[in-house]
Design a protein around this ligand. Structure first.
Ligand code: SAH
Length: 491
């Protein structure tokens, strides 16, 4: 038996706080059992054939009993799998990681533990609060407070906490805050002591509420903070006034749905997040390579690539028969846009032609002065015929190879409420429009963002209003258009 389990902390939410070892294990895992509070993009690096299973206990979905999780983990590990048990924050801080590890130890299954950045410390840091500080706090306590006030009674020694000489960090539901602060004050903690609530710490929509222990519950309620949140009580909380360092990006507070295929979504999602948006990844399509034969490239004087996917698959096919970039030597290489040109460059080929408008019509215009007798167009199966038609009209002999098909990726029910409440939904191709609308619907106030005129046309055909259309038809242009719409610049 080579199976084993890795308890991996995924950090508090910002994907940048995943450790190097966490990313390594996610990429290696045969099975990943994950909880709710992990960064959305944490699974992006998993193997495409890995079993990914949500075993979270709260929020929307059905809850999985602890015994069931342990049984599943044991079964997979005993079957020889590398199981990653992925938990928010640190696996051994209020994560029941210890219990699960005991079950493995009892069964003799080997395991490793990858600590993570725990929410209490990270959320405090992102709010500008050092949990210890010379002269203010030389100790810190991490405390879990149950949702059920009846349980608090037995679990927490309030007198001891009130007397604790240092910072108190409560991991808790927002609802327990009034009871908690009242208890602490009752037990002798000064009501005037600084306190802070940090909700969705380290995430783009992080919310920080500052105040005193006596007033913080009321302020948090007024600010409408929502879970997950931590509450920090102690003199260090006042440092937030001077040390707050997270600046809101232009898309702070905006939620944006990304519908493109999972494999391509990460660049767009990451860049939106860096601008402060909270991103909902709802891939509507999947790329499926076809088995259509690729003819020998010698003899073509023009090779056209119409997407980065096309480039990747072309080189995969070439590689499979022992060829490389030199197969394109001698031909004029045309890319439909900068993304495609970039993908070519990564394979050592500099595109000769990149149009100024990144649509088939633009490519046709840019090819006006290029001599063509035999052209190869490597593209998606459902692509429009604008380019081959125009080349044929000019007397060229055109061969089309459909390298891949774009197929529907059903959007899970769990994503539906987030999609309906989103501020923006982005469409980067007609196929994302068609397949997205087949399994999801838009909210009343959601603004529809299109990458360009062809996608917009498809949206309008489906009866939708296009609120934002990128004037530059690539990812940069799409992001610029959303920022302009959000900030009212250039609108
Ligand atoms: N193992 C985790 C904690 C799990 S308990 C860790 O080490 O961080 C879940 C609680 O953690 C939530 O109820 C909330 O209090 C806190 N939490 C998790 N993510 C958070 C975040 N991004 N911001 C604030 N609190 C968070």
């Amino acid at each position: 038996m080579n199976g084993r389990v890795a308890f991996v902390g995924a950090g508090p939410g910002d994907p940048g706080l995943l450790t190097a070892r966490a990313l390594e294990l996610i990429a290696l895992a045969d099975v990943i059992l994950y909880d709710r509070l992990i960064p959305q993009s944490a699974l992006a690096g998993a193997r495409s054939d890995a079993e990914l299973r949500y075993v979270g206990k709260e929020g929307g979905g059905p809850s999985v009993a602890q015994e069931e999780i342990e049984a599943l983990m044991l079964e997979r590990a005993l079957g020889g799998a590398l199981v990653v048990r992925l938990k928010g924050g640190d696996p051994f801080v209020f994560g029941r990681g210890g219990e699960e590890a005991l079950a493995l130890a009892a069964a003799g299954v080997p395991f490793e533990v990858v600590p993570g950045v725990t929410a209490g410390v990270a959320a405090a840091a992102y709010a500008g609060i050092p949990v210890t500080h010379r002269g203010l706090a030389s100790a810190v306590a991490l405390i879990t407070a149950h949702e059920d006030p009846a349980k608090e009674e037995t679990a927490i020694d309030w007198a001891a906490l009130a007397a604790f000489p240092g910072t108190l960090v409560f991991y808790m539901g927002v609802r327990t805050l009034p009871a908690l602060t009242a208890r602490l004050i009752e037990a002798g903690r000064p009501g005037g002591q600084p306190a802070a609530v940090v909700a969705r710490g380290t995430l783009p929509d992080q919310q920080v509420v500052l105040g005193t222990l006596a007033a913080i519950a009321e302020s948090a309620a007024q600010a409408g903070v929502s879970a997950p949140a931590v509450t920090i009580v102690g003199e260090v909380a006042k440092l937030a006034g001077e040390l707050a360092w997270v600046t809101a990006g232009p898309l702070a507070g905006a939620s944006v749905v990304v519908t493109r295929a999972r494999a391509q979504a990460s660049e767009l999602a990451t860049r939106l997040r860096r601008l402060g948006a909270s991103v909902i990844e709802a891939p509507a399509i999947r790329i499926e390579p076809t088995s259509e034969a690729l003819p020998p490239l010698a003899g073509f004087d023009l090779v056209c690539l119409t997407s980065p996917n096309g480039v990747e698959l072309l080189f995969e096919r070439l590689g499979a028969r022992g060829e490389d970039a030199r197969a394109l030597a001698g031909a004029t290489v045309a890319a439909i846009g900068p993304g495609t040109a970039r993908a070519l460059r990564e394979h050592g080929v500099i595109a000769d032609v990149v149009p100024e408008r990144f649509v088939a019509e633009g490519l046709v215009d840019s090819l006006a002065g290029v001599e063509v007798s035999r052209a190869l167009i490597a593209r998606a199966a459902s692509a429009r015929d604008v380019l081959p038609d125009a080349l044929r009209e000019r007397g060229a002999e055109v061969t089309i190879v459909d390298l891949y098909d774009t197929v529907a990726e059903p959007i899970g029910e769990l994503a539906a409420p987030a999609i309906a409440a989103a501020d923006y939904v982005t469409f980067t191709s007609s196929s994302t429009v068609r397949f997205f609308l087949a399994s999801a619907s838009l909210g009343e106030h959601t603004r529809v963002v299109s990458i360009g005129p062809v996608t917009s046309e498809t949206l309008r055909e489906r009866g939708l209003t296009v609120h934002v259309e990128a004037s530059r038809h690539d990812i940069d242009g799409l992001i610029d258009a959303i920022v302009a719409d959000r900030t009212g610049v250039g609108a």
